[in-house]
Design a protein around this ligand. Structure first.
Ligand SMILES: O=C(O)CCC(=O)C(=O)O
Ligand SMILES: [Mn+2]
Length: 201
């Protein structure tokens, strides 16, 4: 599959998922959040993150007073639910890899949520890409450099867009400045969902 565009090594597939596939994904994610409720993570610095999150897969990504890490159980002590099959299909379609991701991090952005520039670096092997799937309201995604600082580029990610962050760009700083509330009717109560698929081990 050929990406629509490449920005600083991030492959962006605009509109990869049809409205029907997006709606099916949301249905499957309701099953995940029923078993593993969204929670508001605390950063190690004691500030709450503005996104609410949960995970599916063998590992979930968590943040709390003792740091950022992958954990085998939800903060409530339950195992994470399986990654839904249609989500794995997107991973395989976008990357062409046989290897399965072990974590699907689910971020929910309400009207005021954002995510600061960061690297995804809690995984054991950076040769595997991270795949991001956007659902719901538009989100302004910012892409920087492999070290902190410097010029950045921004792109509005829309519902059904998929981004592969891999290769030389695997450790590129990225973040989500803001969402544009009311731009999608996919989610009944609005907001944006971002899924990131990660090989952890
Ligand atoms: O919401 C996004 O598009 C990016 C999310 C992200 O970078 C992350 O969860 O690590
Ligand atoms: Mn990230």
């Amino acid at each position: 599959m050929k990406p629509t565009l490449n920005i600083r090594g991030f492959s962006v597939f605009k509109g990869l998922l049809s409205p029907g596939r997006q709606a099916d994904l949301v249905d499957r994610l309701r099953g995940v959040t029923a078993a593993a409720p969204l929670f508001s993570p605390q950063t190690p610095y004691g500030k709450p993150m503005s996104v609410r999150m949960t995970s599916a897969g063998k590992y979930g990504w968590i943040a709390d007073r003792s740091g950022y890490r992958y954990a085998p159980v939800h903060p409530n002590g339950s195992a994470w639910p399986d990654i839904p099959e249609p989500v794995l299909d997107i991973w395989h379609g976008a990357t062409g890899l046989d290897r399965q991701p072990e974590c699907c991090l689910i971020n929910f952005y309400g009207p005021d949520a954002r995510m600061g520039l960061h690297q995804d670096r809690d995984e054991a092997d950076f040769s595997w890409p991270v795949v991001s799937i956007s659902l719901g309201d538009d989100g302004l995604f910012r892409i920087g450099n492999r070290t902190r600082g410097g010029k950045t580029d921004s792109i509005w990610l829309q519902s059904g867009d998929v981004v592969v962050m891999g290769g030389v760009a695997r450790l590129t700083y990225h973040g989500l400045d803001r969402i544009r509330p009311g731009t999608s009717s996919l989610l009944r109560d609005g907001g944006r969902i971002n899924l990131t698929l990660r090989v952890v081990e």
